[in-house]
Design a protein around this ligand. Structure first.
Ligand SMILES: Cc1cc2nc3c(=O)[nH]c(=O)nc-3n(C[C@H](O)[C@H](O)[C@H](O)COP(=O)(O)OP(=O)(O)OC[C@H]3O[C@@H](n4cnc5c(N)ncnc54)[C@H](O)[C@@H]3O)c2cc1C
Length: 281
């Protein structure tokens, strides 16, 4: 990822910060449709407004070069928040203020430094690269979330070839995701559609947890669809180890500090139950 330059001396990255805002859909007139808003003065850049179907709307994102040490979690500067609110304001009738921003988060794109110091990070290729260092380290860097399997395949193939390792042909491209199925199969599952969208065929098992123990079918945060069953599922089947895994990574509850505060006790309870080995699937 973006930290590769700190691990392998000859890998040079040009990190670029992408910031998103979290707004309440009620502050956008109940907006239910995604928007692409052209960034004033740019020819091919847009701010995306993405309703999540859970009362939240994500607005993003920025593309700002970042120098210096790569932090574990990048800060969100007020300038990014102001920029996104300004672009939003250029297209909507409603006026949104800083106080309407209920959350904000940023990530650093691991862009390969291919252009020297000149040029904008928005113009650097998002393709991944497999790099061989003189000391034998193979690094895969750049790329997209959507191409993660191709990245893994290319990196492993490079390592297998470089060391003449004994391995069969890669089968990544034909291994389905956990829970994947044909749309017709998914449509016939006995589970609510929002669970099917998140879990695929496994939604049935998540749903059953709530049928067996109705308290697990309740939302973790009033007005937000994630249920207690989903937190327990995350501990039992998705490797969640602590409250941050549950609230920031397996679910996105933690993106809104107010919601996170409500959910923390619930997350602690679920973790305690899982460690205590309560029966069930
Ligand atoms: C703002 C932003 C927007 C993006 N938009 C899109 C998009 O729209 N579509 C898309 O497909 N992709 C998008 N991406 C790209 C995508 O998220 C990244 O390219 C992808 O996550 C890179 O995968 P990776 O495995 O190389 O790195 P990462 O996913 O960053 O994984 C690297 C891992 O290494 C761990 N790590 C770091 N140092 C160490 C160490 N010393 N020891 C052990 N572990 C360590 C980190 O904790 C991390 O888990 C976006 C990225 C950002 C930041």
């Amino acid at each position: 990822g973006v930290w590769a330059g700190g691990l392998v001396g000859d890998v040079r990255l040009r990190p670029s910060r992408g910031t998103h805002l979290v707004l309440r859909d009620r502050d956008l007139g109940g907006l239910a449709t995604g928007l692409h808003i052209p960034i004033p003065g740019e020819t091919n850049r847009f701010v995306l407004v993405l309703p999540q179907g859970d009362g939240r709307v994500y607005v993003g994102l920025t593309d700002e070069p970042v120098d210096g040490e790569v932090p574990d979690v990048p800060d969100v500067p007020e300038t990014d928040i102001g920029f996104l609110l300004d672009v939003l304001g250029s297209a909507l009738d409603v006026t949104l203020r800083r106080g309407d921003v209920v959350g904000a988060f940023a990530g650093l794109r691991p862009l390969l430094d291919t252009r020297g110091e000149e040029g904008r990070t928005a113009d650097i290729s998002r393709k991944h690269a497999v790099l061989h260092s003189p000391d034998g380290v193979v690094t895969v860097v750049g790329g997209k979330l959507t191409t993660y399997r191709r990245m893994a395949q290319d990196a492993l193939d490079a390592a297998v070839t470089a060391r003449a390792l004994d391995a069969g042909p890669c089968r990544t491209a034909s291994v389905p995701l956990v829970g994947a199925a044909a749309p017709r199969t998914l449509a016939g599952l006995d589970a609510p559609s929002h669970l099917v969208r998140r879990y695929g065929t496994e939604a049935v098992a998540v749903h059953e947890m709530g049928l067996e123990r109705p308290e697990l079918a309740l939302p973790v945060v009033p007005g937000h669809p994630v249920t207690r069953a989903e937190l327990l599922w995350a501990v039992r089947h998705e490797g969640a180890l602590d409250a941050s895994d549950l609230l920031d990574r397996r679910t996105r509850i933690g993106l809104v500090a107010e919601d996170r505060a409500v959910a923390e006790a619930e997350a602690a309870g679920v973790l305690a139950e899982a460690v205590g080995g309560h029966g069930g699937r």
